[in-house]
Design a binder for this molecule. Structure first.
Ligand SMILES: Nc1ncnc2c1ncn2[C@@H]1O[C@H](COP(=O)(O)OP(=O)(O)O)[C@@H](O)[C@H]1O
Ligand SMILES: [Mg+2]
Length: 236
C-alpha cells in the first residue's frame, strides 16, 4: 500500500515552491503525512529536505503551492503563529537553551494533553535539575523530542534525529517515536541521512534531490528498489 487514500492526511505539502531570497530551492514538492504515520524524507545533502521542514514551520518563504495542517492552510500565518499550532519542529541543532535545566525546558513547553516526558524517558528524571548544556548528546535529543511531544502536537517534524548519537540511543529514540505515533495518531515527517534506519521506522518515504520529489513509496518498496533509486536519482 503506497497511497494515503486510506488515511486522513494531517499534514499536506502540496506542490510547493520555496527558497531563500531569490534562490529557489524547492520546485513543486508534494508530501503528505497521515495520522499515526511516520514518513521519511530521503535524499542527498542539499536536496532541500531541511528547507521543506522549514517551509512547514513558516521559516522559509513559500512562493507557490500550499501547506495544510488538518486542512487549514499554514501559509497565511507567520512562524510564531505556526509555533502555537499543533505542529512541533525539532531542528537539526535541537535548539535547546544550554543554561536552562530539563525541568525548566519542560515547564516552558508543556501544554494540555501533552506527554509526560519524564515518564517516557526516565533517564531524564534523574537529571531533571541539570542544565541542557551539560547533558550528553543522547540526553539532549531525548529532551528535544520530549519537549516537542509535551506540546501535544498533531504533526512532528524531525530533522536528522540520529545525528552524532550512538546507535543504541538512536534506536531508543526511534522506538519511542514509533510507539507514540502509532498509539496516539501523531503524524511524523522525518529527515534522516541513514536510509536503513529511516526505512526501518517509517511506513512511507519520499526521495528528494535538486528540490524535487524523484520517487516515493512504502518503506518496503523503497528498500527493495534502493540500489535502482541510488543509480537513477542519487548519482551513486
Ligand atoms: N539560508 C540559506 N540561504 C541560501 N541557501 C540556502 C540556505 N539554506 C540552505 N540553502 C540551500 O538550499 C539547498 C537545500 O538545502 P537544505 O534544505 O539544507 O538541504 P538538505 O537538508 O536536503 O541537505 C542547498 O543548495 C543549500 O545550499
Ligand atoms: Mg538538512
Amino acid at each position: 500500500m503506497t497511497g494515503t487514500a486510506t488515511r486522513t492526511a494531517v499534514l499536506r505539502i502540496a506542490d510547493i515552491s520555496a527558497g531563500y531570497g531569490n534562490i529557489k530551492v524547492l520546485h513543486g514538492v508534494s508530501v503528505s503525512v497521515g495520522a499515526g504515520e511516520i514518513v521519511s524524507l530521503l535524499g542527498p545533502n542539499g536536496a532541500g529536505k531541511t528547507t521543506a521542514l522549514l517551509a512547514c514551520s513558516g521559516l522559509v518563504k513559500v512562493s507557490g503551492g500550499d501547506i495544510t495542517l488538518d486542512d487549514e492552510s499554514l501559509l497565511k500565518h507567520s512562524a510564531h503563529v505556526i509555533a502555537r499550532k499543533r505542529l512541533a519542529h525539532i531542528p537539526e541543532d535541537r535548539s535547546l537553551f544550554p543554561s536552562l535545566t530539563i525541568d525548566e525546558h519542560l515547564r516552558l513547553c508543556a501544554r494540555p494533553g501533552g506527554l509526560d516526558v519524564l515518564e517516557l524517558f526516565p533517564e531524564l528524571k534523574k537529571r531533571r535539575n541539570k542544565k541542557a548544556g551539560v547533558l550528553s548528546g543522547g540526553e539532549q535529543q531525548m529532551l528535544a523530542l520530549g519537549r516537542a511531544l509535551a506540546t501535544n502536537p498533531r504533526v512532528l517534524l524531525v530533522d536528522e534525529m540520529s545525528m552524532g548519537l550512538a546507535p543504541v540511543v538512536v534506536e531508543r529514540l526511534f522506538a519511542a517515536l514509533q510507539d507514540i505515533a502509532s498509539g496516539g495518531g501523531l503524524g511524523v515527517l522525518m529527515v534522516e541521512q541513514h536510509v536503513h534506519l529511516a526505512l526501518k521506522y517509517a511506513q512511507r518515504g519520499y526521495v528528494l534531490s535538486g528540490g524535487r520529489v524523484r520517487t516515493q513509496g512504502s518503506a518496503e518498496e523503497l528498500v527493495d528498489r534502493w540500489s535502482e533509486i541510488e543509480s537513477s536519482y542519487l548519482g551513486r
